[in-house]
Design a protein around this ligand. Structure first.
Ligand code: SF4
Length: 351
């Protein structure tokens, strides 16, 4: 059954300071802390609006949930817990900082039925974390992840490729470290330079080179591919579009586009498919079959993979939707067919 999120935004609440890149008022489009009654109303209005049955999860996002004063935290959790007990919702989750996880905090969250914690990891390079003024280390991420596991929580990691001081080696080391930690899920947000942040000042002063959209896609696609190959569910790439983010005067530079997810998948699918097609002998035509739901991933955003294949390969190609599992591409040439599992490390297999 489809899971839908009821987002309760708590922008910057609980944050001990502002990280250089962060402007949650702009990212979430919200200000202030909702009251317990507002949380109740939001749950009621979301769950009443659904036309089809689904799993509902309340998610406290946009701040450092576990660092909020306990009475406010409990005031927010209480209506969510009541809805959970009543069967109106099916889960509760929150996002927080890696240095705000202790046994006492986790016991409190468990008491209210919260089962998933997403950590703002951003990078596993201490130099990058210092430059981003995160106020925690990669060691805190390891400790928090282990503690969450001990308590049986679902663990999420949020990563930000493109922070100041990150080069390709640093990105690879961060990706390696996350693969070793094996969170249950990951979100990748290539850095966008937002107004009202210290990063915007550094960018204006010429001290920070912002990612282009292409650079953001390349870095995020590398991370996502590695995560999927390690069985880590990568549930988002790129910031969710909001009115503020789609306003050019608010996003000054960097890798923000509402199409980031599609561009990342286009790169992952396209690179694997084109590299395999190049290895096949010229001659008999090739048919490329894919699941209907994979159409834009296989053909590429605005058909870029189809066009690249057309001008760069000697083969006669036919593209076709077919009964192929999502995430797989079937490549047929003459009497031979191959299965390409895009999200796995194993290469194409003959079928
Ligand atoms: S990145 Fe997280 S901890 Fe840092 S200011 Fe933003 S919400 Fe707070």
């Amino acid at each position: 059954m489809q899971t839908s999120i009821i987002p309760i935004f708590i922008p910057h609440i609980g944050c001990p300071h502002r990280c250089v890149f962060c402007n949650q008022w702009q990212i979430t489009g919200h200000r202030g802390v909702p009251s317990p009654d507002e949380v109740r109303r939001l749950i009621a209005s979301y769950t009443a609006s659904a036309r089809t049955p689904r799993r509902w999860e309340v998610a406290f996002y946009g701040g450092s949930f576990t660092a909020i004063p306990v009475e406010i935290q409990e005031g927010l959790l209480q209506p969510a817990h009541e809805a959970l007990m009543a069967g109106t919702i099916d889960g509760i989750r929150c996002s927080t900082r890696p240095d705000c996880i202790t046994p006492a905090i986790l016991e409190r969250l468990q008491g209210y039925g919260l089962t998933c914690v997403e950590l703002g990891v951003q990078s596993m390079d201490d130099d990058v974390l210092t430059k981003a003024r995160r106020g925690h280390t990669a060691g805190d991420v390891v400790a928090a992840t282990e503690l969450l596991r001990q308590y049986g929580f679902t663990v999420g990691h949020q990563l930000m490729p493109g922070l100041p001081g990150e080069d390709w080696d640093s990105l690879v080391r961060t990706t390696d470290a996350i693969c070793r930690l094996q969170p249950d899920l990951a979100r990748i947000y290539p850095v966008a330079v937002l107004t009202g942040t210290d990063l915007a000042d550094s960018w204006r002063a010429g001290c920070y080179h912002a990612l282009t959209i292409h650079e953001g896609v390349v870095r995020a696609a590398y991370m996502k591919q590695r995560f999927l190959e390690q069985g880590i569910n990568c549930i988002r790439t790129g910031l969710q579009a909001t009115e503020d983010l789609d306003d050019d005067t608010q996003v000054l530079a960097g890798a923000y586009t509402p199409a980031m997810g599609e561009l990342v998948d286009t790169r992952r699918y396209g690179r694997q498919l084109l590299s395999f097609l190049r290895s096949l002998p010229a001659g008999p035509g090739i048919t490329i079959c894919y699941n209907r739901r994979d159409t834009s991933r296989v053909r590429g955003y605005r058909n870029v993979t189809v066009k690249t294949a057309r001008w760069s390969l000697p083969h006669r190609l036919t593209w076709r939707q077919d009964e192929v599992p999502v995430g797989h591409i079937r490549v047929c040439q003459g009497r031979t067919s191959y299965d390409l599992d895009v999200n796995s490390k194993t290469g194409p297999t003959m079928i």
